[in-house]
Ligand binder design. Structure first.
Ligand SMILES: Cc1ncc(COP(=O)(O)O)c(C=O)c1O
Length: 365
């Protein structure tokens, strides 16, 4: 049998996720490893979400609510937007794919910051369209550079704010200037996967830019990070109603399973867990910046639950030596930072273990 795989699919570099703990322990014969590699919530899932899951398991013989009524209502109340503007996804990854499938086709271009979240590239290519990468300005997306890269074929622009993997943000002033100059035919995807961790008051929120005139602003959010529900896969996009209707034509009817729907709605109410998570992350950052600074290392500023650490030596080697000590972080070699690793803030004992292990690795030379 000969299957012809289209060239635009063969051009896709597969997404490489953070190494799962189980895989590391199998490969290296370790136990008690820690993972600070995928920007997950170190405290586990929201307890309110877990309680809701327990109540819901008895109904698993039923299909989910394909319209996600209760979840969309809860998100709408949380953000102060109409549920008609919200599309739910199997993670925000799903919304990225729905947007590119709905809006892009062969010959179209989408602007993507580089480096940034890898799924933008994969989704654009999957739709047969052309990703056009625009290097960051410093550690955040370069909005002037994006404007300069526009062509008559540009249909979509991705902005990750705060940006993964660098942790930097686009400020409100630059964002508003950018929106004012963008042709109304271009859709702006503002990925706010980490926005809840941002403390800089200059960080804009996409839901404040829902005007019907001008370019469509699509805000992406996820339950994978702040709410600790990465394994359940729930995310959403907030967008103009007409675009939400279009995405709902393309969306699989049961793309968010019934457990995901009830857990996400319950997590939104879990203000105690949210406060505890933010405290853990912000105190963890303080500890890590202080301890690593005292080791003579430079941490890049961040508005997220992760940060880039400059090692002044080959990051891949350090990454592999940390793996052998049961500590999983991310090497940034393939992201254009060959001397950086990305660390997700963990629980206090995990942060200490990382610092101690890194000190051992660096002392080895
Ligand atoms: C910037 C960014 N956007 C989107 C996602 C995807 O999140 P989800 O788990 O909701 O698919 C991630 C996950 O790491 C991310 O870093």
């Amino acid at each position: 049998m000969t299957i012809a795989i289209p060239d635009h699919i063969l051009a896709i570099q597969p997404y490489v996720p953070g190494k799962p703990i189980e895989e590391l322990e199998r490969e290296y014969g370790l136990t008690g490893s820690i993972k600070l590699a995928s920007n997950e919530n170190p405290l586990g899932p929201s307890p309110r979400a877990v309680a809701a899951l327990r109540r819901a398991v008895g109904h698993l013989h039923r299909y989910p609510d394909g319209g996600g009524h209760d979840l969309l209502a809860a998100i709408g109340t949380h953000l102060g937007v109409s549920p008609a503007r919200i599309v739910m996804g199997n993670g925000s990854d799903d919304i990225i794919a729905l947007l590119t499938r709905t809006l892009l086709g062969p010959g179209d271009e989408a602007l993507i910051p580089r480096p940034s979240f890898l799924m933008y590239n994969i989704a654009v290519r999957s739709a047969g369209a052309q990703p056009v990468c625009v290097p960051l300005a410093g550690m955040a997306p370069d909005l002037e550079g994006m404007l300069a890269a526009l062509t008559p074929r540009t249909r979509m622009v991705f902005i990750c704010n705060p940006n993964n993997p660098t942790g930097g943000i686009v400020g409100r002033e630059a964002w508003e200037r950018f929106l004012g100059q963008l042709p109304p035919s271009v859709a702006v995807v503002l990925d706010e996967a980490y926005i809840e961790f941002a403390r800089d008051p200059a960080c804009p929120r996409g839901v404040d830019y829902l005007a019907e005139e001008g370019p469509a602003v699509i805000t992406l959010r996820t339950f994978s990070k702040l709410y600790g529900l990465a394994g359940l896969r729930v995310g959403y996009g907030v967008m103009p109603t007409a675009l939400a209707e279009a995405l709902n034509r393309v969306r699989a009817p049961f793309n968010v399973n019934s457990l995901g729907q009830v857990a996400a709605a319950a997590a939104l109410q879990d203000t105690e867990f949210v406060a505890r998570t933010l405290r853990t992350v912000h105190e963890g950052l303080e500890y890590l910046y202080d301890a690593l600074g005292r080791m003579g290392l430079r941490c890049h500023p961040t508005q997220t639950n992760f940060f880039l650490l400059e090692l002044g030596r080959d990051a891949q080697t350090v990454f592999e030596k940390l793996l052998r000590r049961g500590v999983i972080v991310r090497s940034m070699r393939s992201y254009g930072f060959p001397q950086c690793i990305r660390i997700t803030v963990g629980q206090p004992e995990e942060n200490r273990r990382f610092v101690d292990s890194l000190a051992e690795v660096l002392a080895e030379g």
